[in-house]
Ligand binder design. Structure first.
Ligand SMILES: C[S@@+](CC[C@H](N)C(=O)[O-])C[C@H]1O[C@@H](n2cnc3c(N)ncnc32)[C@H](O)[C@@H]1O
Length: 326
């Protein structure tokens, strides 16, 4: 997987611009409410982004993190030569995936973000005003509800941090709706055991429909991780001063943990041959690097690259958790 993208300076500037004049105490209260709601694993029976303050809080404290996770995933797809021209973001909220896609793919021409909450879409529209990339500046933000998305035919459909708000039946419908509308589907969820379980169900649905996995799995067999373990990765998010203030945090960064799956439709050639996937922080010792990796043969376990491996060892020294195994 490509390196964690820098926290996009233009998204940071856009977030600072739209947060001017927002009542800080109201924002802090709304942030607290969102933090406690997102700790729950129950599906939402009413929109979680219930007011303008909730939407502003989401953009200020969650959007940088979801953007960073999507940046890593879409950055890898770009490295693997996926080059979408059109994109649909289902449950796109304030547009994190659109920003990440615009950073990853210079081929992007048309972006549509759909969501049930008009206030989130309105903030998304304000954020992209004046964006450097035309596809982002001209993105469409439109209201739609899961199960009743408008028809579409696009290269890329993203479904990020949405499944957790739906019950299992609605999650399956959403994945099927994504497959019907795109040639590549990307699902991203929080990197928790629950998020991973939802990603695995989405993966099962993609495979059952004959789709080819692009990542993170280097194979289409059942996930080999032991019971109690879950496949997840991390994206570094540099916190702005406002982000730190809102979260009452001192560190200048946080690591957003996420689980993901991406696949292309049966009639789309699967991107280049795959190597294993690094599942944990590598142990870099004198003379060798030790990895926990998921392998193309459907197994997972320890892989060691020693100094004797020459160029492969040099690549192993640079490799990180979430990257493809050198
Ligand atoms: C946690 S936010 C994620 C937003 C964005 N995708 C991101 O990654 O930052 C979940 C989004 O899903 C939307 N959503 C949840 N249930 C929905 C439904 N039934 N129909 C349409 N949108 C829905 C919410 O309004 C919210 O904007």
């Amino acid at each position: 997987m490509s390196r964690t993208p820098p926290y996009a300076a233009d998204l940071r500037a856009a977030l600072a611009r739209v947060s001017r004049g927002v009542d800080e105490r109201e924002l802090a209260r709304a942030t607290e409410a969102l933090v406690s709601r997102y700790r729950s694993v129950a599906p939402a029976n009413a929109p979680i982004l219930a007011s303008d303050a909730h939407v502003a809080a989401y953009a200020a404290y969650r959007m940088p993190a979801t953007h960073a996770a999507l940046g890593r995933v879409l950055g890898e797809l770009a490295d693997r030569r996926l080059a979408p021209r059109t994109m649909l973001d289902l449950g796109g909220g304030t547009g994190a995936a659109a920003w990440a896609a615009s950073g990853a793919f210079d081929t992007l021409e048309r972006v549509t973000v759909l969501d049930q909450v008009e206030a989130a879409l309105a903030l998304g529209r304000r954020l992209v005003e004046g964006a450097a990339a035309p596809a982002l500046a001209e993105a469409t933000f439109a209201r739609a509800v899961a199960g009743r998305w408008p028809e579409a035919d696009v290269d890329l459909v993203t479904v990020s941090y949405v499944l957790s708000e739906l019950d299992e039946g609605e999650q399956q419908t959403l994945v099927a709706d994504a497959m019907r509308r795109g040639r590549c589907v990307v699902v991203v969820e929080p990197g928790t055991p629950d998020g991973y379980a939802r990603v695995i169900r989405a993966r099962d649905a993609l495979l059952a429909a004959g789709w080819h996995l692009v990542g993170p799995c280097p194979h289409s067999a059942d996930c080999p991780l032991a019971q109690g373990d879950w496949c997840h990765f991390a994206a570094r998010v540099n916190r702005s001063a406002e982000h730190r203030r809102l979260k009452g945090a001192e560190l200048s960064y946080e690591d957003e943990k996420f689980s993901w799956v991406a696949a292309v439709a049966p009639d789309v050639p699967a991107p280049e041959a795959r190597s294993g996937r690094i599942l944990r922080h590598p142990l870099k010792r004198k003379g060798f690097v030790e990895f926990q990796a998921c392998r193309p043969d459907g197994t997972a376990g320890r892989e060691v690259v020693s100094k004797k491996a020459g160029e492969r060892y040099r690549e192993a020294r640079d490799a990180e958790w979430g990257d493809l195994l050198p």
